[in-house]
Design a protein around this ligand. Sequence first.
Ligand code: GDP
Length: 195
Amino acid sequence: MPLFRGLRFLTTVNDLRMLPLEGVEVAFAGRSNAGKSSAINTLANHTRLAFVSKTPGRTQHINYFDFGNDRRLVDLPGYGYAEVPEAVRRHWQTMLGRYLAERPNLIGLVLIMDSRRPLLELDRRMLDWFLPTGKPVHIMLTKSDKLSNQEKQTVLRKVQKEFVDNEKVTVQLFSSLKKQGAEETETVVGQWFEA
Ligand code: GDP
């Protein structure tokens, strides 16, 4: 069975320090509203496994999913939502930075970005925290259905070019609306778990 089809909700935690000690995990991160929940639902072929946010950035809950065999998906809260108070935002970013840089169970990061606005400042900050670990990053450029074919190729090449010297970074286009790109994500994340 494809990896993501077996995805099941496990639990919600409020603190990254409360994540279990056992198992291996991939994290999904992205700016609030980038399309992360939709992407997880599309990959899992499920309409509401991850809740599509009605109030972006409201919750700092970490949803924890299970692929089976002690393989997990950590759905990190969306970042960059302007209405979150500065102090809360800063606290959260410290936690997130520490998680990305230091979590031993974490084997790879899936970074979700709106294909119309890739690599914004906070996206780069996630990469600055995570890339030094030497673990792989897979960038999903979502909502690709909103771009023309030419725009899709342009943004894909532009992002790929930024990481041309880093073989740990892979990039793909994705559309939850058109259900395009799921196989590619499945292959990349599947390889991380097999490595
Ligand atoms: P999250 O905050 O990153 O979890 O983003 P959501 O998955 O909640 O999506 C934010 C908004 O973008 C919602 O209105 C979705 O319907 C929309 N959206 C998500 N993915 C796509 C996509 O692939 N194509 C289009 N056109 N809209 C999308």
